[in-house]
Design a binder for this molecule. Structure first.
Ligand code: FAD
Length: 388
């Protein structure tokens, strides 16, 4: 731990050391195995959507930004998966009537992300194991334009408040929800920059290409002395993101425990084993003793809280659309996956009542749902939220 980030995480009862011990010794080894399974390694994504915000977008053309296509044998597998889970959004229901009812249900309103149209001919399955998140060389004004537009236009800013008793004294304020929003976005940014430092291109010549840790790259980005104290705060934001996603995993367990929920890859015995491994990860997530307490969010006046939640949703959806402006395809892939994963975590966090009602819900009145794309994004995003 050369970055020396330690101690308490703001707005949480938890500290860095507890998370490190829990994740590294207990959760991550099991999660890593799960992410290598056929169900979790293929993510359906449209990498060819035009940028909705500016027209001078170009593709960087860097070799390490290319996304490798699936191997031919995987193409057969993903076609099978797609045919079988398409209409039922992750939960396999056998009768045609139930399928119709479920597909009629539109949970668009609940989403924090703009999801790709899975039926679009431009959407493709990508093998995430063939395309790991790592250094690509994408940087400079193009990358800054994306980050800038995220922070400047799509993150809440502190506003100045005059003190009622002394209008000459003012202070800047950001409510707990908006501060949390900023910290989640910053945590995503940290996650990306930690990955590129941990899997940096160390050697690139005609006989070898070597990837590994670049400690000085990491230090330049996160060392307190080199970043005017910002680095450790940014690393803590990554831990904050981890806690939010962990909480979402713990909360969503009843959805996956439904007997009707099946992972379908066309290999029944294998699918059963993967479902058991998935439940094991979720139960472990539930056992974490110091979960983030989300009841403090959106807890004030009812109409104010509802308005704030809508703001939150709208702004996060915008960030998910900005990912279509990223000029490096590999960065776009992981940017889209991570925002969709976090969007899914937020959807879960604010669907408590629907999830609790699940065991009682019948096929004809759909309650809470997740698409296969959301499930794959959630687990892979969580898997990438760690300090290496
Ligand atoms: P940047 O990371 O570009 O940051 C710009 C400014 O934002 C910094 O100067 C700083 O003021 C502020 N900042 C930095 N970190 C934080 C933080 N955590 N919280 C708050 N503010 C912060 N590169 C790769 O090699 N591989 C990838 O997979 C990859 N994926 C990317 C995905 C997306 C969506 C984007 C936009 C970029 C991606 N990049 C990737 C590029 C990478 O994130 C950096 O932009 C690039 O390495 C240049 O870094 P930089 O030092 O100029 O600062």
């Amino acid at each position: 731990n050369f970055c020396n980030v330690t101690g308490h995480i703001d707005d949480c009862t938890c500290d860095v050391e507890t998370i490190d011990a829990f994740n590294n010794q207990k959760l991550f080894p099991k999660l890593q195995k799960l992410l290598q399974s056929d169900y979790f390694r293929f993510y359906k994504v449209n990498l060819n959507k035009p940028c909705p915000f500016w027209t001078d977008q170009s593709h960087c053309g860097l070799r390490d930004c290319a996304v490798k296509p699936c191997e031919p044998v995987s193409v057969v597998l993903v076609t099978l998966m797609h045919l079988n889970v398409r209409a039922v959004s992750g939960v396999l229901i056998n009768t045609r009537r139930a399928i119709l009812e479920w597909s009629r249900h539109d949970d668009e309103e609940e989403r924090f992300c703009v999801a790709d149209d899975e039926e679009s001919p431009d959407s493709q399955h990508v093998d995430l194991l063939l395309n790991p998140e790592r250094f690509t060389g994408y940087k400079g004004p193009e990358a800054w334009k994306i980050w800038n537009s995220i922070y400047e236009e799509n993150c809440f800013k502190p506003y100045t408040v005059k003190r009622p008793l002394n209008p000459m004294v003012s202070y800047t304020r950001l409510c707990v929800e908006k501060r949390a929003f900023y910290r989640l976005v910053s945590g995503l940014h940290t996650s990306i920059n930690v990955h590129l430092s941990a899997r940096y291109l160390l050697a690139d010549n005609w006989y070898e290409k070597k990837w590994g840790r670049n400690v000085s790259e990491f230090q330049q980005r996160f060392d307190a002395n080199l970043t005017e104290g910002e680095g450790p705060k940014r690393l803590r934001n990554l831990y904050f993101l981890y806690l939010i996603e962990l909480r979402a995993l713990a909360k969503v367990l009843p959805f996956f425990e439904q007997p009707a929920f099946q992972l379908y890859t066309g290999q029944p015995e294998y699918d059963k084993d993967v479902k058991s491994a998935l439940l094991e990860v979720l139960r472990l997530a539930r056992s974490f003793p110091l979960h983030f307490d989300e009841t403090s969010l959106f807890a004030g006046d009812k109409s104010e809280a509802a308005e704030l939640k809508e703001d939150f949703k709208k702004t996060f959806r915008n960030i998910s659309r900005i990912m279509d402006c990223v000029g490096c395809f590999k960065c776009r892939l992981w940017g889209k996956l991570q925002t969709q994963g976090l969007g899914t975590a937020l959807k879960i966090m604010f669907s408590e009542r629907q999830i609790e009602a699940l065991p009682k819900s019948t096929g004809s009145k759909p309650g809470f749902q997740l698409t296969r794309q959301e499930i794959v994004a959630l687990f892979n995003a969580f898997g990438s939220t760690r300090v290496h």
